[in-house]
Unconditional design. Structure first.
Ligand code: AHR
Length: 675
């Protein structure tokens, strides 16, 4: 026995080849045991060291995952930067409404002559001709602003006084412009209000804190000016005070908590295709995502909307630290997405070679920003943001699903060599194309071997059955070659729904990743987040709208593997008969000493099992937590707003070294045994 036992189907096949005679002799015996699987775990040995960091998350701003999602800014288009490059009918005033209250008259126009910062070029001029009860603008956020009763919200805006009375300096600029900033419900009833006065020609930030008097699902933020004149406005914001770990400019608490509950060992960001963008200068520039939010560059997100980068590198590194996960940023390899257009090389284009040194410097600066002392140039900007200690970056992805062309290889190698020379401590993760096989996969692996890369990033979105058919994929991988990061994967079932079937296929795949945890170092399901009504890609792990978070069966699989990770793999032998659709893995968590056994039954029938923890004394009772994830059938999905039909059910048991159990039809069972 080699100890790598997989799906029972492949094992049964091997046996049949071993001797037809045996089959004849054993027919009667097999029939008798057809529904009792034998699972033997070598529980007394040290096991094989495996990645302690296998299960992580992949965060990309698609499906409104950042703005309108994990980044809890409640005003949409706060800096008037929306543009038709994002959606044909978008413009700087999109999602803003001019308000003329009580006989008032005035206008709002877009300006760019005197911006707060060059990265934030547009702002608005609000002109009051007849004050009435106020001329202003309002914003209803992302599908209506949701306020929770009793919660505090920081409302703010930047402004300066353009003129009073008449335009062009004929008015009296010695008196300020009185404004009110308020929260209203959809009927115009005022929920909270603050008064301010705008004077002077310098851009100045004005703030107020509002307490929501009641829970409202469709509020709007309104800013009204009350005298003849004009004021310039930008960065009009409403931000909940309650963020994850109460970080300023922090993350939406419930969504961040759902991610934290996965106990991910790493967080990959910012993508995905967002990394390289469509078009050569459209890549995600990390430097534009740090610093004061009013100085960050917002702009087109290749998924067809706008990104403010309010949730930028600082916030993501901080989040990783808060949840005890490694940061795993990915930078472009100096090429844009091969699906970007109709240019040669399947649409892929490279940065001009004379721009590469500056680009490579940006990559090196990222490492200094993350890890350098607070006295270094980029370390100082991290310290200025409130984090003088280094973040401890260890891994850096270079490239995402790129076509492995000469254009790609030349630029990747330039970046890689610079990193090796300046930062040999950083593990560079290469890319081997978008699929589990094929030209880019083969060429990517050949290139990785040539460069002796420490790790490469494999991606596959495939059918549930593919996972079951490929449980042995990594068993034969060369142990001396690059390690594997399965950076994006998901089982795509019929209709791309988050069925129990798809989740269990991923669970079966994860057992094979654990068994091969000496090769498969990281794995992240993708994509992570999707806002209902604004989703470009299905399936996703977590769905949400403004007030709610919806957890899929796929989420619970990731959670059970994340919460029950190990760092040593124990030989696990599964013998279940040719018809079974069963997978299992066993790990030890050295920190707690727990032995963790995972069993996935993808079949329509329950499976009776004899489990043997070989090498443990037979008469000693051990405490175990048993968690079962199952549902009514393989097509089961968790419907929004209803009690989830697929969710883990936990119980405690007392076990001996030999015990029996039933793996229910369509289930993942996790035993966590206190040896
Ligand atoms: O996860 C969604 C997309 O799938 C990613 O952006 C890309 O890398 C992959 O093709």
């Amino acid at each position: 026995m080699d100890g790598h036992l997989y799906s029972s189907r492949s094992r049964a096949g091997t046996r049949i080849k071993a001797g037809l005679l045996l089959v004849a002799v054993c027919l009667a015996v097999s029939a008798a045991h057809a529904h009792v699987a034998q699972l033997t775990i070598q529980a007394d040995g040290p096991g094989k060291p495996i990645s302690p960091d296998l299960v992580g998350v992949f965060f990309e701003d698609l499906n409104y995952a950042a703005d309108g999602g994990l980044y809890p800014e409640l005003v949409q288009n706060r800096s008037f930067e929306y543009s038709p490059t994002e959606q044909p009918d978008w413009h700087p005033l999109k999602f803003w409404e001019l308000q003329k209250r009580g006989g008032a008259d005035g206008s709002v126009t877009v300006a760019n002559m005197r911006p707060i910062h060059r990265n934030n070029p547009h702002y608005v001029l609000l002109t009051v001709r007849t004050p009435g009860e106020g001329v202003g603008i309002s914003n209803s956020g992302f599908d209506g602003i949701v306020l929770q009763a009793g919660e505090k919200y920081d409302a703010s805006f930047w402004a300066y006084q353009a003129f009073m009375g008449q335009m062009w300096g004929r008015g009296d600029n010695s008196k300020p412009m009185p404004v009110t900033l308020r929260l209203e419900d959809k009927n115009g009833d005022v929920l909270a209000e603050a008064s301010m006065e705008i004077g002077g020609r310098a851009w100045t930030k004005f703030s107020a804190t509002f307490v929501a008097p009641r829970t409202v699902n469709d509020a709007r933020l309104v800013l009204l000016a009350h005298d003849r004149g004009g004021i310039c406005l930008d960065m009009i914001s409403l931000f909940p005070q309650k963020t994850f770990r109460n970080r300023p400019n922090g993350l939406r608490a419930d969504l961040a908590q759902a991610i934290a509950d996965l106990q991910p060992k790493f967080v990959r960001f910012p993508g995905g295709c967002l990394v390289h963008g469509q078009g050569i200068h459209q890549y995600y520039n990390w430097k534009e995502s740090i610093g004061p939010v009013e100085q960050r560059r917002s702009g087109r997100n290749l998924w067809g909307y706008s990104q403010t980068r309010g949730l930028g590198y600082f916030e993501l590194f901080q989040f990783c630290e808060d949840i005890g996960a490694q940061s795993l940023p990915v930078v472009t390899a100096g090429v844009c997405c091969q699906h970007a257009g109709s240019s040669p090389n399947r649409g892929q284009e490279g940065l001009p070679l004379d721009e590469m040194p500056a680009y490579i410097q940006d990559v090196l600066d990222l490492i200094e920003w993350a890890n350098g002392p607070a006295t270094s140039e980029w370390g100082a900007t991290r310290a200025a943001a409130g984090h003088p200690e280094p973040f401890g970056l260890k891994y850096l992805g270079v490239g995402n699903e790129d076509a492995i062309t000469p254009i790609f290889k030349e630029r990747f190698q330039m970046i890689y060599e610079a990193l090796q020379e300046r930062h040999p401590e950083i593990v560079v993760i290469g890319t081997v194309g978008p699929f589990a096989g094929g030209e880019d996969y083969d060429n990517g692996w050949a290139f990785a071997r040539e460069l002796k890369l420490e790790m490469v990033d494999e991606h596959y979105y495939v059918s549930p059955q593919w996972f079951w058919d490929n449980l042995e994929r990594y068993d034969a991988y060369d142990r001396k070659s690059s390690k594997v990061y399965v950076g994006e994967y998901a089982a795509h079932d019929r209709g791309r729904r988050n069925t129990l079937r798809s989740a269990l296929a991923e669970a079966a795949g994860l057992t094979s990743f654990e068994r091969n945890g000496d090769v498969v170092w990281f794995a992240s399901y993708a994509p992570l987040l999707a806002r209902r009504g604004h989703t470009q890609w299905h399936p996703d792990m977590i769905y949400f709208d403004s007030p709610n978070v919806y957890l899929t069966p796929n989420y619970y699989v990731q959670q059970l593997f994340g919460q029950n990770s190990g760092d040593r793999y124990l030989e696990t032998i599964l013998d279940a008969g040719a018809e079974a659709k069963l997978a299992a893995s066993s790990v030890v968590n050295s920190r707690t000493g727990d032995l963790i056994v995972k069993i996935v039954n993808g079949a329509d029938e329950p499976m009776e099992m004899n489990v043997r923890l070989a090498g443990l004394p037979s008469d000693v009772s051990m405490k175990a937590t048993k968690t079962v994830l199952t549902g009514p059938d393989a097509d089961a999905v968790n419907e929004d707003g209803k009690t989830p039909v697929v969710k883990p059910d936990e119980s405690t048991e007392s076990l001996k070294a030999a015990f029996t159990c039933t793996a229910p039809a369509h289930s993942l069972t996790v035993y966590r045994i206190d040896r």
